[in-house]
Design a protein. Structure first.
Length: 277
């Protein structure tokens, strides 16, 4: 079976306020139709700071999500929780609020189960970097408290971090491997100059979601094939580690959102066809 390829929400709309990634509040429904026309199978939902306009945290609007999914046959299997990058879950962060914990609990107990979403992606970089011991300790304690709830709701938390491979391996040892996993962003790994073989030795069996992106240490996100990602090595190691989940395009934007998405989809299909069929 050919693995499913999806796209990050917002990539099929004009950027809002110059941001490379945000919830497309005025066009999120139209993106489902565009995704279907282009050939994607799913969309990774984005939860950012604009939560008042986001139906994923409004139970009264869940039916709208369900209707559009059924009409287009475009699935939503994961949420990228950028919200928590600026609204911390760590009590040692300046942006911590009890409300942030309530939102995470709502995702785990209500939003994900009722919308049949299986993965909550937590981007723990920048101010939320686990390289800061107090932040890491807070997330360790929080995730341990949430483990049973995560498993009871048939979910996984996928961590996207800037920890060195051996550091992330050691951090993951604290948790049930069925509850806390890795979101593997190949572009971020290239940006941080991580050794790909070492990454897969450390947590290749813990990857539950993959972001397809290309980066350089100087320019961050660039078009697929123009950066430092060794796509042959990455896809070879994903196959070797028996990866069987989805691939999400989170690649650089272009002037024409639809045309660049088509080009990026063809790029991804070429590698996936070679290594997964």
């Amino acid at each position: 079976m050919f693995p499913r390829i999806g796209i990050m929400q917002g990539r099929l709309s004009k950027p809002l306020n110059g941001k490379i990634q945000s919830f497309p509040k005025n066009s999120w429904e139209n993106e489902f139709y565009l995704a279907k026309d282009i050939g994607f199978k799913l969309i990774e939902w984005v939860l950012d700071e604009n939560i008042k306009d986001n139906p994923i945290v409004n139970k009264e609007l869940f039916s709208k999500i369900d209707i559009i999914k059924k009409k287009t046959e475009i699935d939503v299997n994961s949420i990228c929780c950028d919200y928590f990058m600026t609204n911390s879950l760590s009590r040692n962060s300046k942006s911590f609020k009890e409300e942030n914990l309530a939102i995470l609990n709502f995702l785990i107990e209500e939003s994900c189960p009722l919308n049949n979403i299986k993965i909550i992606d937590l981007p723990l970089v920048g101010e939320e970097s686990l390289k800061k011991k107090q932040i890491a300790d807070d997330y360790k304690n929080l995730l341990l408290k949430l483990e049973k709830k995560i498993l009871d709701n048939n979910l996984v938390i996928a961590l996207e971090t800037d920890l060195e491979p051996n550091e992330l391996r050691d951090f993951l040892k604290n948790f049930n491997k069925k509850a806390v996993t890795v979101n593997y962003d190949m572009g971020n790994s290239a940006f941080w100059k991580f050794d790909t073989k070492q990454e897969f030795l450390c947590y290749g069996q813990s990857i539950s979601n993959v972001h397809i992106k290309d980066c350089t240490p100087e320019d961050y996100t660039v078009q697929l094939g123009d950066g430092n990602v060794n796509f042959k090595e990455v896809f070879h190691l994903l196959k070797k580690n028996n990866y069987k989940a989805d691939f999400i395009l989170q690649a650089a934007r272009g002037q024409d959102e639809v045309q660049i998405a088509k080009k990026q989809l063809r790029f991804a299909e070429e590698y996936i066809s070679k290594y997964f069929l």
